[in-house]
Design a protein around this ligand. Structure first.
Ligand SMILES: Cc1cc2nc3c(=O)[nH]c(=O)nc-3n(C[C@H](O)[C@H](O)[C@H](O)COP(=O)(O)OP(=O)(O)OC[C@H]3O[C@@H](n4cnc5c(N)ncnc54)[C@H](O)[C@@H]3O)c2cc1C
Length: 472
């Protein structure tokens, strides 16, 4: 069995950007093992109703600010077709269950109240955190359908107005929806072309192996052995794991020796957000399509029940497609039922809003991120009060095993650019480690030759307590 320098587990944006960074810095014998039959991970387009829709990441968030978003730069370089998303009017397109739109003043007041209450809640959480106490529940928690709908938009949807979010502060507040037949994922293919052998848009390089589900990562003082579900084994000096936080929380991957407690505790503490975009195709367009009408909201007494809607006429005119976004418990509920049941629920909501003559949808697409064993959710969700140690522990390497992915990004977790930058960062740390160990190698060889004769073969395996970690 030949030994590669680095095995990268996972070919999403962070895995590809990590491998590219290594290759560009002289570490070309990289092996990428990807569980599925494609690269892209949570960036995934599918043909639906004659256009390309994005089941995972759809927007380039954070554009137009003082710094340039690197993913926006990639998109510009490769002429990715995008469409500006203007959310400002969404709050004035709130429908109640009888199809009435809430009057502008009322919607505006409710919105302001919700923002104020969210700010208060955050402040009281911060104060309680400083004092080491648990915050009491805010007195004005949302109760009416419109309050619940606005609360959902503020907290579960990315219309971040409440807390300063690095993406918007650093890169700008504008968001662009990817509307390109090649899909958002073409950015990954373009990145791959720069360091892997490709022909006619296909990656033919045997440094990328698809359909390789990693199940075990075994490390010793001398290297790492990676075992896949099909019985293959691969050896490397180092491994970078880019699987999602949801996968790390599941039992898909096992580590030998087991990961230390500080690591597993940090992984379990991070929340996973489930975010589902359901696509519905119609024979014709029955919704309003003018300026400021792209996004609309349904207010229901159950929080998050088919709340947030978008039509795709701006992205693909004439496509007659609507998208409704569900999150967390609603996502899990819908994933567990048949698409026919979900279609029935969605149709009933649409008939509440637009009347009984709404035609039946001709097709529905329900992605299942929660039940996908290579994802187990949509993206990481760190606690509202930032805990820097938690993040440092999640991203810290354990011996020869390094960790990357959007969940390891200090400032941009949850986003495509977070994954992209995290991949580069992790590889930079690994390159530093490789440099150090090259310098130290003669000394290590010497000490090893002195001690080896006193050791049994197994004593070379690390125990979970004596891992070297990058933690401070
Ligand atoms: C529905 C949805 C909407 C989103 N919307 C946006 C958005 O609009 N804008 C935005 O910026 N971000 C958005 N995101 C988040 C964004 O998609 C992610 O942050 C980013 O793509 C994560 O990249 P990654 O490389 O960290 O992880 P992934 O893309 O998950 O890559 C990890 C790879 O590892 C593979 N893998 C897992 N386990 C194994 C194993 N055992 N062996 C081998 N391979 C394995 C997986 O198959 C996957 O390919 C969204 C995500 C979802 C799901």
């Amino acid at each position: 069995m030949s030994t590669t320098s680095v095995i990268v587990i996972g070919a999403g944006i962070s895995g590809i950007s990590a491998a590219k960074e290594l290759a560009e810095n002289g570490v070309e014998d990289v092996l990428i093992l990807e569980a599925t039959d494609r690269i892209g991970g949570r960036i995934h387009k599918q043909n639906f109703g004659d256009v390309s829709v994005e089941l995972g990441a759809g927007w380039i968030a954070g554009v137009g600010g003082k710094e340039s978003n690197p993913v926006w730069e990639l998109a510009s370089r490769f002429n990715l077709r995008t469409c500006f998303s203007d959310y400002t009017n969404a709050r004035y397109n709130i429908y109640d269950r009888s199809g009435q739109i809430f009057p502008t003043g009322f919607a505006s007041d409710s919105y302001k109240k919700a923002v104020d209450s969210a700010i208060l809640k955050l402040k009281s959480l911060e104060e309680a955190d400083c004092a080491g106490q648990v915050a009491e529940e805010a007195p004005s928690s949302p109760k009416t359908p419109i309050e619940l709908a606005i609360d959902f938009i503020l907290h579960d949807f990315e219309m971040a107005e409440v807390e300063p979010i690095s993406t918007y502060v650093d890169f700008g507040e504008r968001e662009f929806l990817v509307a390109d037949e090649r899909g958002y994922e073409c950015l990954l293919y373009k990145m791959a072309e720069e360091f892997l052998f490709t022909s006619n848009g296909e990656i033919l390089d045997n440094r990328l192996k698809l359909n390789k589900v990693v199940r075990e990562i075994q490390q010793s003082r001398n290297g790492v052995l990676v075992k896949t579900e099909d019985g293959s084994e691969y050896e490397a000096n180092y491994v970078i794991v880019s699987a999602s936080i949801g996968v790390l929380q599941s039992n898909l991957l096992s580590f030998q020796p087991p990961l230390p407690r500080w690591k597993t505790e940090a992984i379990q503490k991070c929340d996973v957000m489930v975010y589902t975009k359901i696509f519905l195709k119609f024979p014709n367009c029955f919704w309003t399509c003018g300026p400021g009408q792209e996004f609309f909201i349904y207010a229901h007494e159950q929080r998050g029940y088919f709340t947030f809607w978008q039509h795709m006429e701006n992205a693909y005119p004439g496509s007659n497609i609507l998208v409704v976004t569900l999150t967390n418990e609603q996502s899990k509920r819908v994933e567990a039922q048949s698409d026919e049941e979900t279609l029935k629920e969605a149709m009933s909501v649409l008939r509440d809003m637009f009347g009984p003559t709404v035609p039946n949808a001709t097709d529905i697409l329900v992605p299942r991120w929660w039940n996908n064993r290579f994802q187990r959710g949509s993206y990481s969700n760190y606690p509202m009060i930032s805990d820097n140690q938690l993040l440092q522990n999640i991203k810290a390497p354990v011996g020869r095993v390094f960790f990357t992915g959007e969940h390891t990004s200090e400032k941009f977790s949850g986003y495509v650019h977070g994954g992209y930058l995290a991949g580069m960062d992790t590889s930079k740390s690994l390159l530093e480690e490789m440099k150090q160990s090259l310098l130290l190698q003669p000394l290590l060889d010497f000490t090893e030759s002195l001690t080896l004769k006193h050791q049994t073969p197994n004593s070379q395996i690390y125990t979970s307590d004596n891992f070297i970690s990058g933690r401070s």
